[in-house]
Write a protein of this length. Structure first.
Lengths: 284, 339
């Protein structure tokens, strides 16, 4: 029997394209119309929203903050995630898959719950602060709420599980015998990582990093809940512009800028990596 | 793994031969440092290396799947160990060139492993393992993935390189003809034990156990009963194939005991028309199968209940006919059963 399986793909394809394309069209189009107040848009096509956005340091700073926060979080996530992924992938005991399953399960927990957990951990009269105050390391309770560092921790919490799972599969593609070959040829554990595992994992690390970065760029919940209205990343700003100010035109413009900024960073990293590989191929 | 005592001589080519799962690869990996022996010691040139990590053992290993670094050029692959030993780059380049010439690799220094054929990758793996002049060269079934012709060419080359460098080499294979072709000595392994460690010739002519006789070359097994034993010497009088004769024995046996005789197929030949000479055992047998292999012919015979294989120059007999064949009683021996 030769069922036309590809026809089953048609409905989800149409639905996906309609939803993605429709929403993209709505905010792309909206960004070229001026806000007339209380949710009304002007009829004339205009770049006024874009001019306003790039002229106002408030918006530009928010864009800069979003990119910086995402980039730093991504780097920290990779630095923390890579050793975890490596150990899990190379674990010979049957605990490896169990631990991985725990991490996957953790990534299913909604960020709202995770942020609440963070709030409890860092509460002014919580265990951690009582301990820190008791040791004299701090003079006032440490809080994450309303702080850039707090949002970064929230974003890390959000992306780490994804990145660990991705890097786990990256490490699995590197044969263990390559590590043995390196050791046999005199490379210590650290040198083996530096000369064999990292170079081979690099494309996967970049890809995982970009996925983490994109998650951060669009992350709203942790930025909104931990930032508490004081840390205004672009997603938070978009929500405020649309919901509180009902400036649909400006909100759409911010969304376009966020999308394009993310796209540019992704394309730039991919170009940079392929350049790097090409250069290494020539000089090696 | 069972307790194992293996003494490799300086500069010799020693092969660990055995079926899969016999512990030969594990033994090699213990020496390389990837597996920790539960007891015992590994000593090289008087230095105990049992507790050294692999990177401090100064071994050169050729892996079964070559394990070349896919992200490095051939030159960088070969120079890997030299970089770890901080050899200056000029010296490094000279050594890489020397090794590429030694392994008769054409101008491929700047290529990547994925661009090479299996035979070329094999040679690069060997060059890489030799670059730092290791104390011992370890090879784990290196030719398993090559086709028969290429394998033979690589065996020749390896033998030439090994004897010109006089590097102590430990080779693992399950292919007995490869082991015979390459080795100074062969350790036949079975169930984690060494059954016999000898030169290829001794191994073939005087196998100590039934397993060794069966694994190294072809052999006939013939049931026999002991009719006389001489405790002072290693000979037995036996009844087999309708005759009574004296054979060598590597195990003591009592009168009346059932034993197994081993006879190589090429030791069986056509009987002459004249009466049998002293010590020549004659048997009449039915031809069951004939396999013509060009230079030799394998004739499968049945003498009563006993199947026999004769390897001889091609003759004009055919299936269904009867043949009178014979062998020297001194070519038959009683072998110990493997423990």
């Amino acid at each position: 029997m030769n069922l036309p399986w590809h026809r089953f793909l048609l409905p989800p394809l149409v639905l996906s394209i309609a939803l993605l394309g429709g929403s993209l069209y709505v905010f792309l189009a909206g960004s070229f119309h001026a806000d007339l107040g209380v949710g009304r848009l002007g009829d004339a096509l205009t770049f006024a929203n874009y001019r306003k956005l790039f002229a106002d340091s408030f918006y530009v700073d928010s864009l800069g903050l979003t990119i910086k926060l995402s980039a730093i979080t991504t780097v920290v996530t990779l630095v923390v995630g890579m050793p975890v992924a490596y150990v899990l992938a190379r674990m010979r005991s049957r605990w490896g898959p169990v631990l991985l399953a725990v991490i996957v399960a953790a990534s299913f927990v909604t960020i709202v719950i995770k942020v609440l957990g963070l709030n409890i951990i860092f509460a002014a009269n919580g265990g951690l602060n009582r301990f820190l105050l008791g040791t004299g390391l701090v003079t006032a309770p440490v809080s994450l709420i309303g702080k850039v560092e707090g949002v970064a921790v929230g974003l890390l919490y959000f992306t780490l599980a994804f990145v660990v799972v991705l890097l786990y599969s990256v490490v699995l593609t590197i044969p263990r015998s390559l590590e043995e070959a390196a050791q046999n040829l005199g490379a210590s554990r650290w040198r083996t990582h530096w000369r064999v595992i990292l170079p081979l994992a690099l494309p996967g690390i970049i890809a995982s990093g970009l996925i983490g970065f994109n998650l951060c760029m669009g992350a709203f919940t942790s930025a909104a809940l931990i930032g508490a209205g004081r840390i205004l990343t672009l997603p938070v700003l978009i929500q405020r512009t649309v919901i509180f100010d009902t400036k649909y035109g400006m909100g759409a413009t911010l969304a376009v800028v966020l999308l394009v900024a993310g796209l540019v960073v992704n394309v730039l990293s991919i170009v940079l990596v392929s350049r790097l590989k090409a250069a290494r191929g020539v000089t090696a | 793994m069972l307790p194992l005592d293996l003494d490799v001589r300086n500069g010799e080519f020693l092969t660990l031969l055995g079926p899969s799962g016999c512990g030969k690869t594990t033994t090699l990996r213990m020496i390389a440092g990837f597996v920790r022996p539960s007891t015992g010691h590994i000593v090289v040139d008087g230095d105990d290396i049992t507790d050294l990590p692999p990177q401090k053992r100064n071994m050169g290993m050729v892996f079964q799947d070559y394990s070349l670094f896919p992200h490095l050029t051939i030159a960088d692959n070969i120079a890997f160990a030299l970089v770890e030993r901080r050899v200056p780059s000029a010296e490094r380049a000279r050594r890489v060139k020397e090794l590429l010439e030694l392994t008769r690799l054409p101008q491929i220094a700047q290529r990547f492993p994925s661009e090479l054929s299996g035979g070329q990758q094999q040679r690069v793996a060997l060059a890489r393992a030799l670059a730092h002049t290791p104390r011992v060269l370890l090879m784990d079934e290196p030719f398993g993935a090559l086709d028969a012709k290429l394998r033979e060419a690589m065996q020749e080359e390896l033998r030439t390189i090994q004897s010109s460098l006089r590097i102590t080499t430990l080779f693992v294979t399950h292919d007995q003809s490869e082991a015979m072709r390459l080795s100074d000595r062969i350790a036949v392994m079975n169930h984690g034990r060494i059954e016999q460690l000898d030169e290829p010739r001794t191994l073939y002519d005087a196998p100590r156990t039934r397993f060794v006789a069966d694994f190294v070359g072809k052999i006939n097994f013939v049931a026999a009963s002991v009719v006389g034993s001489d405790s002072g010497r290693d000979t037995l009088a036996v009844d087999a194939l309708g005759s009574r004769f004296m054979v060598r024995s590597s195990v003591p046996a009592l009168v009346g005991q059932q034993v197994t005789l081993a006879i190589r197929p090429e030791r069986i030949r056509l009987a002459a028309a004249a009466p049998a000479a002293d010590g020549m055992i004659e048997v009449e047998a039915l031809i069951e199968r004939v396999a013509f292999l060009g230079n030799v012919m394998h004739t499968e015979l049945r003498a009563g209940e006993t199947p026999l294989v004769m390897e001889s120059a091609p003759g004009d007999w055919s299936v269904g006919a009867r043949l009178r064949v014979c062998f020297q009683s001194s070519d038959a021996s009683v072998l110990a059963e493997s423990a």
